[in-house]
Design a protein around this ligand. Sequence first.
Ligand SMILES: [Zn+2]
Length: 474
Amino acid sequence: MAYRRPAAALIAALLVTTSAHAATPDAQARGDEAAFRGLYKELVETDSSWPDGSCTVAAERMGARLKAAGYGDGDVQIIVDPAHPKEGNLSAILRGSDAKLPAILLLAHIDVVAAKRADWERDPFSLIEEGGYFYGRGTSDDKAMAAAFTDQMVRYKAEGYRPKRTIKLALTCGEETEKALNGVEYLLKNKPDALKAGWALNEGGGGSLDESGKPVSQGVQAGEKVYQDFTFTATAPGGHSSRQTPHVNAIGWMATALARVNAYDFPVNLTPAAKAYFGASASLYPAKVSSAMAAIGAGKASEADYAAVSAESASWNATLRTTCIPTLISGGHAPNAQPQSVTANVNCRIIPGEAVDAVLARLSEVAADPKVKVTLADPPQPKSSAPELTPQIMGPIAALTKEMWPGVPVIPRLATGATDGRFTNAAGIPTYGVSGMFADPDGQGVHGLNERIRVKSLLDGRAFLYRLVKLYTQ
Ligand SMILES: [Zn+2]
């Protein structure tokens, strides 16, 4: 158990105050937990997978709940691109009393990865509670946060909470598949006001449990690496394979160039999240690497410290620098001919803030052969930057974590995968992954079979997010 549960009578007494420091909100004890469970069930049971399900239906159902709580028609909008009628989004607003303060955005996607009934032990679109877990598609990714955010907007309205800072809620579609319309991109282009904010809370963070269910760390995601493919091309005159002429062999050129790329380490580019990650987690690792990690966290790392950390783990290396590796190659046209052309794909994961053009220029330099041309394989993603970990953002997260999960460290990190945060960060809305929902070490079936979330983790996260957003806005 992560924090002590006060007696029900004490909770009831504490509930009458809305001060940030007053109530230890225990979801079990709150009268409105049943309403939350109903909302969560309705959201999970609305199939919003692409192409069979409908985000629009899910958005409308959440919108109806917000309106029933007292939000006016102008404060809840269902925003649908007419060309994508099932890929709708919801935007809601609780206006702050100080119009000069930038808003906070609560961002969650409501689409889910498709799930086949035949492959699952239980119906993926029925919410099933069993053995302390909720099972169902989206129970974790990302309907846990979408439901918690919607529920807290309902509760703020019901209790007459008037924040100083405006609170915006965006429930968006199209995060899980490239084939669907991405709701965040669509809103940024067509309804930017729905998302405009000083910063955003999003998926991508969350706590970690150990094998025994004990909370280990509270993760805060701050920034995401940028995906980019590059095409390497070499062409040569060709000729008969009986004549060994290395200076005209395109496969030889390509092989040499790719070997150089493969062996090359981009320079360390330490983001605020990576620096904080190594500082905060150094003590959890053996002496062999912990002093190097602590040195990175303190901003005093030597080349040897970076090398020690990079050598220890490929994921740690990936959080320190841009990485590029060859992933596809094809070339030649006959077993008995000098090849006339070779192409290869080099996949890069770029540290946010680095220019794609600079990475391209560096790859050409490293390939070091003018006969091997390097070009972009796809148009670049919007250029992102890594959000700062300011006291304004981190202070309330640290204070609440200390109270709800005493002794559990808050550990920021740079993500090497991607969420919708790549669009909001690029649009100048610093986006933080934080949920207060603690996950099992096995990944909880997210995107796979039998997706689940621990009931206690969901309810604790709901209490955490409700209080966190109040601390940010009162
Ligand atoms: Zn997700």
